[in-house]
Design a protein around this ligand. Structure first.
Ligand SMILES: NC(=O)c1ccc[n+]([C@@H]2O[C@H](COP(=O)([O-])OP(=O)(O)OC[C@H]3O[C@@H](n4cnc5c(N)ncnc54)[C@H](O)[C@@H]3O)[C@@H](O)[C@H]2O)c1
Length: 282
């Protein structure tokens, strides 16, 4: 039986773990402390219970949770065959997690990097197994999204790519092949849009509601860029724009000061209850 490690139990880790469990995989879900893991279990149970209402399959939440073991610290994925990493979009945090995983996991364990923008080759270089490191940019909410970007690093072998493509297929995901460039396809475009939308609010050109309404009512988008920012996490948007800015050294990625202020103030979007909009605790 294949065991999948999922490191990071935030917005993405919770979705990845649920998606794996509901498609019959055994999961070890890891984060920094027990409080975060307790919240993650509660979120997975609630989301599984609501699955049918949200357009997904009917799920037994207890059955989904029974396939997920939780543990503190990245060392807990030592026995996993594949690890999907979803920790904070911050280079120092990611690097230290990969150093730990590389030391404790067997030499055949595949590392899947879930990142908004960080190049896969850069992550792979921290490990002694760059041939077994591959990027998957999952979309949020993970169980509801039918596709993701699949990104080999410079040294990733075709065998690694195909094993992960098979795993994604078993999770119900179509993999779209993309080359390893900071931000890949999706976030080279999306992060610029969200950042510029934040500038419009920052400069007083329009309210968040008006910005989003232009995208919904005029362009027919299901969500505006600032609703999307709240769904992704305002902090994660800021970190991703910072990664793009540093990598390309191009001023078009300069982060909007409003994103910095909101991140400092704890206005992280849906996950904190307040971002560009305010949300009920659920
Ligand atoms: N939010 C999105 O819509 C989205 C979409 C695609 C990809 N991503 C990427 O996925 C990754 C995770 O994003 P997220 O939105 O889930 O972030 P998040 O802030 O919601 O969660 C990150 C989690 O990582 C945990 N963490 C930090 N250091 C850790 C460590 N040393 N060991 C174990 N856990 C640790 C944190 O406690 C937190 O629970 C990021 O790289 C992000 O860019 C996010």
């Amino acid at each position: 039986m294949t065991v999948i490690g999922v490191v990071g139990a935030g917005v993405m880790g919770v979705g990845v773990a649920q998606n794996l469990a509901q498609t019959g995989h055994d999961v070890v879900l890891v984060d920094k402390d027990e409080e975060i893991l307790a919240a993650a279990r509660a979120t997975i149970w609630r989301n599984a219970r609501m699955s049918r209402l949200m357009g997904g399959p009917a799920l037994d939440p207890d059955d989904v949770l029974s396939r997920i073991t939780t543990a503190v610290g990245a060392e807990a994925v030592a026995k996993a065959d594949v690890v999907i990493e979803n920790v904070t979009e911050n280079w120092d945090v990611k690097r230290s997690v990969y150093e730990t995983m590389d030391a404790v996991c067997g030499p055949d364990t595949i590392f899947v990097v879930n990142t908004s923008a960080i190049p896969i080759t850069k992550v792979a270089a921290v490990t002694g197994r760059p041939d077994k490191v591959v990027g998957v940019h999952f979309m949020n909410p993970v169980p509801a999204k039918p596709a993701c970007e699949l990104i080999p690093g410079f040294h990733t072998t075709a065998e690694t790519v195909e094993r992960v493509r098979d795993l994604l297929s078993a999770m119900g995901k179509k993999a779209i092949d993309v080359k390893d460039a900071c931000g890949f396809v999706s976030n080279r475009v999306l992060m610029l849009t969200v950042n510029e939308a934040a500038f419009l609010v920052h400069e007083g050109v329009a309210t968040a509601e008006s910005v989003d309404e232009v995208f919904r009512s005029c362009f027919g988008h299901p969500m505006g860029p600032l609703e999307t920012a709240d769904l992704i996490g305002v902090d994660t948007i800021l970190y991703s724009v910072e990664v793009l800015y540093e990598h390309y050294a191009d001023s078009k990625y300069r982060p909007c000061p409003l994103l910095k202020q909101m991140t400092d103030a704890g206005l992280h979007g849906r996950k904190s209850g307040r971002g560009f909009y305010t949300y009920d605790a659920n």
